[in-house]
Design a protein around this ligand. Structure first.
Ligand SMILES: [Zn+2]
Length: 242
């Protein structure tokens, strides 16, 4: 059964995008280095996957449909493709803003697959596309989340909680790291390439010499910033603010 569309309000797109101070992890040691790593990591992620730019350049109708898909996921309600305008949905697939497959309709940061990164919201449980995506869902959903995942190297179980403002408490800072394994992308969809290389690593496993690695607060800040445009888009398109 198709899910009813969300209410539209007049389109007032604006890019919300600046890294506000709350998105940057607060650490007393090497604070400037920490911020630099976040800003550089964010820039590389946007270069690899310019999702915000693609949506900004899309037509109003395509953006409206995107907001409708996202609004369902934000409530942990995986939507059906039949609930949306098919032309707009095709355009979103072309942009790699949503994913369609036998499992359903995905929308970054939400995956239709069991990615091994489970995020529990007050409304239900979803899977994230990658580790950074998992950490970003709390702020997007304006809800406290629990993330259950496994170390990509040793398989150790990992669990974190992210507050509704997108922050992690200090007790969790050292629990794990996020690694980004660099590779040449041969896939057209980030869900099949980029996302599968951004993973959690437990604190006991060594970090590889290649690729990048971030602390949990750094990765959370990158995710919150990368997906920050979605909240403003939802507010503009559907009237949802939370
Ligand atoms: Zn490990």
């Amino acid at each position: 059964m198709c899910i009813a569309r969300t209410r539209r309000v007049p389109h007032t797109w604006r890019s919300p995008f600046n890294i506000d101070p709350g998105m940057i992890p607060s650490v007393s040691k090497s604070r400037s280095d920490t911020k630099t790593q976040v800003i550089d990591g964010l820039a590389r992620l946007r270069a690899a996957f310019p999702l915000e730019q693609r949506l900004r350049d899309a037509t109003p109708a395509v953006r409206a449909t995107y907001a409708q898909v996202l609004a369902h996921w934000r409530r942990a309600m995986p939507p059906s493709t039949c609930a949306f305008n098919s032309n707009a949905l095709s355009a979103l697939v072309q942009l790699d803003a949503v994913t369609t497959d036998a499992y359903g309709l995905g929308c970054y940061p939400f995956s239709t697959h069991n990615t091994g990164m489970r995020v529990t919201l007050p409304y239900g449980t979803v899977h994230a596309m990658c580790a950074i995506d998992a950490l970003a869902i709390a702020r997007l959903a304006r809800a406290r989340t629990r993330i259950d995942a496994a170390c990509t190297s040793c398989g150790a179980a990992l669990a974190f909680e992210v507050e509704e403002n997108g922050s992690l408490d200090h007790d969790q800072v050292e629990m794990a790291r996020v690694i980004w394994q660099h590779a040449d992308d041969i896939h057209t969809s980030a869900s099949h390439g980029l996302c599968r290389r951004i993973l959690f690593l437990c604190r006991a496993c060594p970090v590889a010499q290649t690729g990048e690695h971030f602390t949990l607060p750094q990765a959370t800040a990158i995710g919150n910033a990368f997906f920050g445009f979605q909240s403003a888009l939802l507010a503009a398109q559907t009237g949802q603010t939370a």
